[in-house]
Design a protein around this ligand. Structure first.
Ligand code: RB5
Length: 150
């Protein structure tokens, strides 16, 4: 996962900026879809922009930030091909990659400290999908999308 899309609302802005620096330092190619300040904005716009770029294969993964992470998770999972995981701990970070092949990580800017968020991001990006028995479960989600999404 090299090309990473970032997006936040005002409540996730500060954490997004911190994680952006961390990713640049680690050598990732980062695309920031905003927001660009702590002025109040609506999270769906930024969530959909990031989810679309991941869904279209223009970026390898996305990281979204809002206050709790819940709004961004709801938004991203509306987009075909997106498996967005709201993560507040390292175990879930690992499992969301190993078992769910999550392609968007969502973090709560009002929930997580910067240190834990940083570890979650590094761990999530470094953890591969297990495949195997989990593959057919992901395929079932993809099949459902094919039948029901436009
Ligand atoms: C903004 O106040 C807040 O509602 C938003 O960041 C997010 O937590 C929504 O799920």
């Amino acid at each position: 996962m090299k090309k990473i899309a970032l997006g936040s609302d005002h409540a996730g802005y500060e954490l997004k900026e911190h994680i952006k620096d961390v990713l640049y330092e680690a050598g990732y190619d980062v695309l920031d879809f905003g927001t660009d300040s702590e002025a109040s904005v609506d999270y769906p716009y930024f969530g959909f922009e990031v989810a679309k770029t991941v869904s279209d294969g223009k970026t390898d993964a996305g990281i979204l930030f809002c206050g709790t992470g819940i709004g961004m998770t709801i938004v991203a999972n509306k987009v075909k091909g997106i498996r967005a995981a709201l993560v507040n701990d390292l175990y879930t970070a690992i499992q969301s990659r190993r078992h769910n092949d999550a392609n968007i990580l969502v973090l709560g800017g009002r929930v997580l400290g910067k240190g834990l968020a940083e570890e979650i991001v590094k761990t999530w990006l470094a953890t591969p999908f297990d495949g195997g028995r989990h593959e057919k479960r992901i395929e079932k989600i993809t099949e459902w999308e094919k039948e029901h999404f436009m």
